[in-house]
Design a protein around this ligand. Structure first.
Ligand SMILES: [Zn+2]
Length: 496
């Protein structure tokens, strides 16, 4: 059974938006769940974003969402097509008559059909582009010329001119996502949710309780946050998107070959002349580190890896860092370390490191550091992702010799265009969710998410620096906001 090597991402912009619209809508309407990601022009005051009070955090993010904008949106539509029992179904070709598991049994292969879209967007109102974000985006291949010339236009806040409202617009697209009434998945959801609400739905409410109440009506099937699930349920040494994604790739491959529960993704065949596809490469750039290397070599290997990147998926030195940012190498080393010591002891490496370096840092320092890296990760960082896209696989070289001699200094490949990042990030998020569905879900004959039994990880949103999640729930005292009620009643009329 071959692992997929490239992920097709449909590149959507102003000039092909209407052409793509019908297929985009069909993908949304037939999804089992939808994973989303946004790329933002900035995030506002960093300190305010990690305020102790969650209410203050919400207010500062909402403030940022009113003055900043969304540069691109990734939508990855996952449709659970079958759950197969591999023990009786080895080698069944996709699209063939796939036998279903008997009802009540725990299915083995959870097969998803995936369609991913990257939409370049352009806010038509004034917005702030932070110098830091600008520098970062440009350094990592973001093409602002393309964004200004090709971005699908939208306006923030409440609906403006009703009569001029376009049936095929970004704001309408967001309503279509809500109307699909399937679960929405993010990796670190809070920022995305607030920005999407303010930019494509309505003015965000004054207080967080109303915001959360609104969300419960907007997303009746719930919100899943893969960062929260990773940190608090799945428990891995790190939880940044690419790290978790590449670990899930490994696990699914291993489990598929040994007949254990796993997730499988396949993609539609796009017509020959369909020119809007970019293929993002998932092949690991180098060879795996052998699992039987001695302690000395292991230590040497470890010294070639950038600690900051290994822990957070982000490094302030960026391209000029002399150490390796290769996530597969990082995963190999983590695997070796875990098999040497107790695999049960899955403490976060980044916390250990902070303790050692700072001789015990303050909680605030740690939170700030984590926030910095989360911020970079959630909207500006993860440059390796853009490198993965459009990378020529023929450049894959045998690095293992170099790795083992400890000679690897800089394993970063050429920086290529980051224009498909939101799309591929959304795919990675969805793939992680698919893996968790196969791991924590139970197949009972239904292919719907509500029947898989994931209520215990639903509507729990990751909060940086906190041990508890933000729960998406309508509290007894909270009211939905006036803006939402107005919008929602129109929306309900439209959908009935
Ligand atoms: Zn580095």
């Amino acid at each position: 059974m071959a692992m997929f090597e490239t992920v097709p991402v449909v590149d959507v912009h102003k000039d092909n938006f209407k052409e793509i619209w019908p297929s985009l809508l069909l993908s949304i309407k037939t999804s089992t769940f939808i994973a989303m990601d946004t790329e933002l022009s900035g995030l506002g005051n960093r300190k305010a974003l990690i305020a102790k009070s969650i209410e203050d955090r919400y207010k500062s993010i909402a403030g940022s969402a009113k003055s900043r904008s969304i540069l691109s949106i990734g939508i990855s539509c996952f449709k659970l097509s079958s759950v197969t029992n591999l023990s009786t179904n080895e080698g069944t070709a996709s699209g063939q008559d796939v036998p279903q598991c008997p009802e009540g049994s725990r299915g083995c292969g959870w097969n998803f059909l995936v369609q991913t879209y990257n939409i370049t967007t352009l806010c038509e109102e004034d917005y702030v582009v932070e110098p830091g974000s600008l520098k970062f985006l440009v350094e990592h291949g973001f093409d602002f010329n393309r964004q200004y010339s090709k971005g699908v236009p939208y306006c923030r806040g409440n609906d403006k001119d009703e009569k001029k409202a376009d049936k095929m617009s970004l704001r309408q697209l967001f309503l279509e996502v809500l109307q699909a009434a399937c679960p929405i998945v993010f990796h670190n959801a809070l920022m995305d949710l607030v920005f999407l609400y303010e930019n494509l739905y309505a003015c965000t409410p004054q207080n967080m309780a109303s915001f959360l109440a609104d969300l419960t009506e907007m997303f009746p099937a719930g919100v899943f946050d893969t960062k929260y699930i990773t940190d608090f349920k799945h428990k891995m040494p790190a939880s940044y998107l690419e790290y978790v994604f590449r670990q899930c790739l490994r696990t699914n491959k291993e489990y598929a070959s040994s007949g254990r529960k796993h997730a499988w993704a396949s993609f539609p065949t796009y017509p020959e002349g369909f020119s809007h596809i970019t293929r993002c490469n998932c092949v690991r750039p180098g060879l795996a580190v052998p699992s039987n290397i001695d302690k000395d070599t292991q230590d040497k290997l470890k010294a070639t890896v950038c600690e900051s990147y290994a822990g957070h998926g982000w490094c302030s030195r960026g391209n000029s860092c002399t150490k390796s940012h290769d996530v597969d190498l990082i995963l190999d080393i983590d695997f070796l370390a875990q098999s040497k010591k107790s695999r049960k002891r899955k403490r976060r490496r980044d916390n250990q490191k902070t303790d050692v370096e700072n001789g015990g840092s303050t909680e605030q320092d740690q939170e700030e550091q984590e926030m910095e890296t989360n911020i970079a990760e959630m909207s500006l960082g993860a440059k390796e992702v853009s490198e993965m896209c459009e990378n020529d696989t023929s450049k894959t070289t045998d690095k293992s010799e170099a790795i083992l001699s400890g000679a690897v200094g800089n394993s970063k490949g050429p920086v290529v265009s980051g224009k498909h990042r939101a799309g591929f990030d959304a795919f990675m998020t969805g793939y992680i969710m698919a893996s968790y569905v196969s791991e924590y879900g139970t197949y009972s004959g239904s292919l719907k998410m509500e029947d898989v039994g994931l209520e215990h990880i639903r509507n729990l949103v990751y909060l940086t620096g906190k041990d508890i999640p933000l729960t998406v729930v309508k509290s007894g005292f909270a009211k939905t906001s006036k803006e939402h009620r107005e919008k929602f009643s129109k929306f309900c009329l439209q959908s009935s």
